[in-house]
Ligand binder design. Sequence first.
Ligand code: C5P
Length: 233
Amino acid sequence: MKDVIIACDFSSKEECLKFLKQFENLQHKPFLKIGMELFYASGPEIVRELKKQGFKIFLDLKLHDIPNTVKKAMKVLSNLDVDMVNVHASGTIEMMKAAKEGLTREDGTRPLLIAVTQLTSTSEKAMQEQLLINSTINDTIVKYARNAKEAGLDGVVCSPLEAGMVKEACGKDFLTVTPGIRFKDSSKDDQVRITDPAGAREIGSDFIVVGRPITAAENPVAAYERCLKDFLG
Ligand code: C5P
């Protein structure tokens, strides 16, 4: 089940397809993350096209709305045959349960459903002062992960440095999907709490999400293969 997910943070379908052309002869078909920018620019068509080419898709749209709206939106995404989607855990257990219901197809299958706990861009200070959450950021992350588990979700997105405490609270089968991955010898860009692919494997991440270390590399295929080797061992 463990895999490397390439974050396809491109602003157009053409740019994305041109980038992926380099990967067409690989044996291991990459798992891709499509985020808001590309999805809002290209619509469901980009997902259909990439599925047709055999890629697995994590559609990172982070849904957060009333349960009924999320349920109906998830039904649409499930019909797109994506492999993984997500919601904000702060939408409540009821909303997460509705998301799962909406995703579940008539034959009982569904994409993996994971929750965002607290965004890594939210500091403890901002969370306490602006969101009035009177708790530490780590306690909040663990509580939200437990809520996601109670709602029947498969796991959470978190920093690799938080994966250990999430596993401890929710069990080893509860998935951790971790961005914030950098090679030891490459630029950190704007990421702060980072680890390298081998470090993420040791911590117990199930999926690492890697963007610029692959997309901005001189040789993206070589960078991807290095991630696979270091992460999967
Ligand atoms: O280029 P880079 O490897 O930093 O890309 C990481 C990807 O993971 C981006 O698409 C970013 O939006 C996403 N992400 C993140 N931190 C989170 C949640 C998502 O970096 N907490």
